[in-house]
Design a protein around this ligand. Structure first.
Ligand code: URA
Ligand code: SF4
Length: 329
């Protein structure tokens, strides 16, 4: 019998499982014991190639809270490597079914935790609220935001990217969150989405220097794929956690027109019932601005599947921004 003490994360399990496979230890002979401060397993002596599909399923199954999941994962991995590589195709196999069940459990638990976190933030405040200075001007807010730890996103991003523009701006734009370029350069909308936005603003005659541009969430959220940082949409709990910043900005600004760029900003400011493609371009009066509306996110234009689709999406963005142009003058 081999007892494996390991920190219960997918990566640590994976390292330990590789070492066990290298040593030819069968699943029946392993006892998996979680220990938060355990050192990582030594490097495996052999290299095993497993289907990416397995890694994906295993990663999800590992998020379930069931303490027996590690053994279930190793059992399937062992059989994929030593018995049949296409084991995952056998949906009737009890081990494979178990992994799918664990993955589903993990998803349910994550959704539930997310709902509870949103409720907690809404009930107790929390999130960014503790970091927002009272009665501060925009420059002071921007400085204070650099220290924000109101949600986990500060952890992996380079810096807080605060809004930019004059305090007396007549038009305010709110995007989703900084992207890769924005995170490096500490300015909103300066990457590819910023180029689309700049072109649209020029087309409707809005001077970017005269408007205030910010984001609903102030830190870049991403996953690493090799060396590339791929944007991830923030969760509702992160949007709710960060909302005190955009609230504080909007309380200092007195725009004629407030434009939410994309579903995340609309969700943050106009509520969860807002449906972008149904409600875009509709003008509301809100406590922040007599004219408030939402339109597509400039990145949505870039995601259009071909040139014709992109032109059509760009047309919608321009059409909606035109409503803001009158106020800008
Ligand atoms: N996308 C956004 O929503 N905001 C930025 O600042 C950049 C890209
Ligand atoms: Fe604070 Fe917002 Fe950054 Fe989260 S994303 S740490 S709430 S500034």
């Amino acid at each position: 019998m081999v007892t494996v003490e390991f920190e219960p994360t997918f990566e640590r399990w994976q390292a330990a499982a590789r070492a066990l496979l290298s040593d030819g230890v069968s699943p029946a002979d392993v006892e998996w014991r979680e220990r938060p401060d355990a050192p990582p397993a030594p490097r495996a002596s052999k290299f095993f190639r497993v289907p990416p599909r397995f890694l994906e399923l295993a990663r999800q199954a590992a998020t379930a809270s069931d303490p027996t999941r590690w053994g279930a994962l190793y059992d399937v991995l062992w059989r994929i490597v030593n018995e049949r590589r296409d084991l995952l195709d056998d949906r009737g196999d009890p081990g494979v079914r178990r992994l799918h069940g664990l993955a589903a459990q993990g998803r349910r638990e994550a959704e539930q935790a997310e709902r509870q976190e949103v409720l907690r933030l809404q009930a107790e405040g929390g999130g960014a609220a503790a970091f927002v200075p009272a009665d501060a001007d925009l420059a002071t807010l921007a400085k204070a935001a650099k220290q924000c730890r109101g949600c986990p996103l500060y952890h992996d991003a380079t810096q807080t990217v605060f809004g930019r523009g004059p305090a007396d701006a007549r038009v305010v734009l709110v995007g989703e969150q900084p992207g890769d370029q924005e995170d490096r350069r500490d300015a909103p909308f300066v990457g590819p989405a910023g180029e689309v936005l700049d072109r649209a603003l020029r087309d409707v005659g809005i001077d970017r220097d005269a408007i205030y541009v910010t984001n609903a969430v102030k830190h870049f959220k991403f996953v690493l794929r090799g060396k590339r940082r791929i944007h991830q949409t923030p969760r509702l709990s992160e949007i709710v956690a960060c909302r005190p910043w955009v609230e504080a900005e909007l309380a200092r600004l007195t725009p004629e027109t407030l434009v939410c760029l994309g579903a995340t900003a609309a969700r943050a400011l106009l509520g969860d019932d807002f449906r972008l493609m149904r409600d875009r371009g509709r003008v509301f009066s809100t406590r922040w601005a007599p004219q408030t509306l939402a339109t597509l996110h400039p990145s949505a234009v870039l995601r259009g599947e071909d040139a014709a689709a992109q032109e059509r999406l760009y047309g919608m963005l321009v059409e909606d921004l035109r409503l803001a142009a009158g106020a800008a003058r």
